[in-house]
Design a binder for this molecule. Structure first.
Ligand code: UD1
Ligand code: CA
Length: 469
């Protein structure tokens, strides 16, 4: 079967979003770190498999398609955007074989899968030809308004510009989310007319059309109007983003995560955080990041697409990107973990330390002013302040290997490819260009010269010159 009870989901995303005054297609604007359309598709994917989801693209079709193609949905091109009704006409060849069709708007991104399921179930229970999800937001201005016929039944949807004086008082709006029985929809859709303010074919006119054909058109109201809000300005988009962020932090707090001043934190929807972890103000946790329990993430840290174990302390100002941090590690302040960093259990990465494609073993420490790139560092290694792996020769990147228990003195440069053996010492200030055997001491610096009295003589000479003596 094609999805539950033969449902397809059509997502309308071909419009330009003129009112945003942006050159980017509206559905590509982001909230919660993802394009509006991606949120709608992900909600839809909880209801039917991706192959039963048809996304209608038109304005900037290529970019829109590229942004969400990895989700595996189908696309329908609406070359000319002649209205929401016309969008569904374009989808007809793909979806007329389904018994029922759920229609979502690509610019109504806070919709929850549970609510889509409610619309579906209500539609089936009422054996309706058309079911409309409605809401009563504080400010209904700009939305199509519901003209009810009594009870669940609907008489018509009237767009803002066509509202009579009396209809302007109607507070119940059309959310732009519908369920249709396929047969009556496609039997009547060609009767839509474009004799309206925008010269478009409005899908909303299907309500009155179907009622006229004696079909059953019903409405179901969303419990939470915030879920069906759209955005016509960038300020309204920012408020949808805030709603989505608040929803996420509330979910986390309900599951035992402490977030101090949640309104200052930015947490993407797919982030997972374990109980008893604390997020301080102004933290960002982005992408597919997973943080264990009992961690503390201090202010101004930005963590993206990373895995962090339990009991990790991230001090203020760290940037962690596509990296892994094992339990009990200690980072920051101001550590920069670039992609491919793997910090071992109980390891320390300190102030102004940058790592990239580097494994730092269990209990190892790199506490100050260091760059570790393309390196494999064993357990219980001490990396002194100011150590630099010279991993790049201008053409290729090379590996630095530092084995268990080694000690690298401060201000050493390790010119890769190079290996420091187990338990070896590198003297402070060394430039290491050759492998250091296990347990050896390597000195890679010139011997210190001392010239006794040199400074005093220089002072005496210059004071004579000044006094002319
Ligand atoms: C629409 C409804 C309105 C409802 C509101 C809810 C119509 C005529 N009006 O108005 O009753 O209150 O949504 O948010 O449907 N689109 C296409 N092709 C087109 C035109 C639009 O795919 O030719 C897409 C848009 O990209 C958008 C969605 O359909 O994702 C809705 O279109 P939009 O122009 O935003 O309609 P609204 O004015 O918001
Ligand atoms: Ca809209």
């Amino acid at each position: 079967m094609n999805g539950q009870a033969g449902f397809a989901i059509v997502i309308m995303a071909a419009g330009k979003g003129t009112r945003l005054k942006s050159s980017r297609a509206k559905v590509l604007h982001e909230i919660g770190g993802q394009p509006l359309l991606a949120h709608v598709i992900k909600a839809a994917m909880q209801i039917v498999p991706a192959e039963d989801i048809y996304v209608i693209v038109g304005h900037q079709a290529k970019s829109v398609q590229a942004a969400v193609a990895p989700l595996g949905v189908k696309f329908v091109l609406q070359a000319e955007q002649r209205g929401t009704g016309h969008a569904i006409m374009c989808a007809r060849p793909g979806v007329q074989r389904y018994q029922n069709i759920l229609v979502l708007s690509g610019d109504v991104p806070l919709i929850r899968p549970e609510t889509i399921a409610r619309v579906r179930d209500f539609h089936l229970a009422k054996k309706a030809a058309m079911t409309i999800l409605t809401a009563e937001p504080d400010d209904p201005f700009g939305y199509g308004r519901m003209v009810r016929a009594g009870g669940d039944r609907v008489k018509a949807i009237v767009e803002q510009k066509a509202l009579s004086k009396a209809q302007q008082k109607i507070r119940e709006i059309n959310s732009g989310i519908y369920a249709f029985a396929g047969k009556p929809l496609f039997h009547h859709i060609d009767r839509l007319k474009s004799d309206n303010a925008h010269h478009e074919f409005y899908l909303t006119d299907m309500a009155a059309l179907l009622v006229k054909a004696k079909a059953n058109v019903v409405a179901i109201k969303a419990a939470d109007p915030a879920e069906v809000l759209g955005a016509n300005t960038l300020a309204e988009l920012a408020s949808l983003d805030a709603t989505m962020r608040a929803r996420k932090s509330n979910e986390l707090m309900a599951a035992g995560v402490s977030i101090y001043r949640p309104e200052t934190c930015i947490i993407d929807p797919e982030v997972e955080i374990g109980a008893d972890t604390i997020l301080e103000p102004y933290v960002q946790v982005l992408g597919k990041t997973k943080i264990g329990s009992d961690c503390r993430i201090r202010s101004y840290s930005v963590i993206s697409d990373s895995q962090i174990g339990d009991k990790v302390l991230v001090r203020p100002g760290c940037i962690i990107d596509q990296s892994q941090v094992a339990a009990g590690a200690l980072l920051g302040p101001y550590s920069h973990l670039r992609p491919g960093s793997e910090i071992g259990e109980g390891a320390h990465v300190g102030n102004f330390v940058e790592t990239k494609k580097t494994r730092l073993g269990r209990g190892s420490k790199a506490n100050h002013l260091t760059y570790l790139g393309d390196s494999e560092i064993g357990a219980q290694v001490n990396i002194g302040a100011g150590t630099i792996t010279c991993n790049y020769d201008g053409v290729h990147k090379h590996m630095t290997i530092i084995e268990d228990g080694a000690f690298v003195g401060s201000d050493s440069t390790l010119v890769a490819p190079v290996r420091v053996g187990q338990g070896a010492y590198v003297a402070a200030g060394s430039t290491i260009t050759e492998d250091v055997p296990a347990d050896a001491l390597a000195l890679g610096r010139s011997r210190q010269a001392v010239k006794p009295g040199w400074a005093r003589q220089r002072r005496d000479a210059s004071s004579k010159a000044r006094t002319g003596g």
